[in-house]
Design a protein around this ligand. Sequence first.
Ligand SMILES: [Zn+2]
Length: 701
Amino acid sequence: MNGPRAAAAAALILTFAGAFPPPGAAQGARDYPITPVPFTAVKVTDAFWAPRIETNRTVTIPTIFRKCEETGRIDNFAIAGGLMKGEYKGERYNDTDVYKTIEGASYSLMVRPDPVLDRYLDGVIAKIAAAQEPDGYLYTPRTASPLKLQPGIGETRWSELAISHELYNAGHLYEAAAAHFQATGKRTLLDVALKNADLAARTFGREAGKREGFPGHQEIELALVKLYRLTGKKDYLDLAKYFLDQRGRGLTLRQYPPGNRFAIYNDATQIQAHEPVLEQEEAVGHAVRLTYMASGMADVAALTGDRAYFEAVRRLWENVVGKKMYLTGGIGARHDRERFGESYELPNLTGYLETCASIGMAFWNQRMFLLTGEAGYLDVMERVMYNGILSGVSLDGTLFFYPNPLESDGRYRFNKGRAGRAPWFGVACCPGNISRFLPSVPGYVYATTGDILYVDMFIAGEARVALPGGTVGVRQETRYPWDGAVRLAIAPEKGGEFEVRVRIPGWARGRPVPTDLYRYEVSGAAEASIRVNGKAVPMDMDKGFARIRRTWEKGDTVDVLLPMEPRRVVAHPAVKDDEGFVAVERGPLVYCAEGPDNDGRTLGLALPEKAALKAEEKKDLLGGVIVLTGNARAADPAAVLRAVEGLAADAAADDEEDAPPASMRRLAPGAPLRPRPLVLIPYYAWAHRGETEMSVWLFKK
Ligand SMILES: [Zn+2]
């Protein structure tokens, strides 16, 4: 074995300390040209991320499991398995909340052994295994209540694939199983998953005697790839590609009568089945599904070498990041059907930006980087990690956002009936997704290809990285994202030549995003710099990385200095909602004004062009943040107008079909502006102090 495959296998072996070799990983097969250093080889001690990851382990994961118990999500497995009496409770995709949290708990176990959690998982997995039918089928809504099928569940297996979530549920089962096996070496859940995947592979395909079809909610595709990587069984990769290839190939979707809750699926764009995936050029429909589909497409491109797949997924990316992404990296403009809007349709108050879609953006952008080595994808990933994803869970780990808008008037109930954070949702996809994303963050810090070590993210900690010349220890010290100084201590086991590539973030090079969707008003005066062993080195840039190729020895240091002055950002003029507005960033963080720091009012705030902003550390505020202060101006609340009529001040958007229209904020012509002090906080930290006004975009005056 050599190359990335060897590294991937090494990662597995590292995880199991040699005790549990992988059951037969694909050898010598094609793969991503760049391999992430697995999070099991990266110990994060970072003052910013480590507490969030620990809170996720000690608070969020137990909280979600408790909710899953209280709401019958775990009982559903027990009922389906004949372990208890009762009827299926809840929505037809509720199994996935349990799966996703098992996945998160497993990642957590890899980094930090926890016998209590380990045993708890064993108990839940026993119920899941019991719920599996003898041939491998696993879908508790049918098995638990076969005579009382809920709407959306076909009369027979797989008969309503566009809406049943049977294959979506299976996908999350596979991801959980792969994680649990890697964490514990136990095959309990993996065997369940493989049996189910084998059933899917026997059932679906173009061959005679098989069923044609594809899932309405993508997810199984990227999950099958994980099983392929683990087992080397090519059927799984073939099935993933089959499901992608089937979309938009003339299979007619069932049509539901108007008013039926499933009528939203009459429109094939909702599930990205309006044309073959290789022909899709615009990101349409349900935003989360698009990101999972694109992640699966990137996997297929990498694992099969299919160039058409790469071109197609790259086109979709250009559309999203060039025309449909919010400043926080979030996507999905509309509450209505959780959809993308038109190009440049990015309403702030009524924007959707589902937490899951942000997480999907991270999955997708990481894959694009691994395919191309271009740092621009990591710039997007960093943007969504520090802003659009992190906002999705409260600092104490107990409260969640489903939508993550860039503006709040303190009344509009954007978050499933609330104008603030919520402890749980009827449709609870987002909390479980957060619980599995946070513990995987250490896996995004480093990557390798050949004798190149990529430093992708600035997160303090220690890593052991396998390079062809031997293992290299890397210690990263930084107070990022608050401070732009990063020290890397490079310690190869034996000295030798290799290359360290340090990402110089787009924001530090005058480009907030790798498209023209956002730009800085003024390019920063200071530039990033690098010193090796204290001596300045020229910036040898390639694909957004500074290259340092030399003979390294133990004790060598690389000091990266990124300019941290606050930056004013504006949107492309075609984004009407942001026209006349400016936002503020510092480092990777998007800032916002929130009521409690600004006399309760933020919607009339204007930031004069020459206003100086000062960074001030506030150790006791919101878990410890750097705020930005300065002199702004403010209009009277009555002078703040909504340019689009029809939004009731206290409207609720808890129903997908009951969404309000987009709403632009404008200032009444000639409205007087009075001087006012301004305080900005990091966007991810808003909504911890009541239901208040909040705005990322400030009037430009
Ligand atoms: Zn979600």
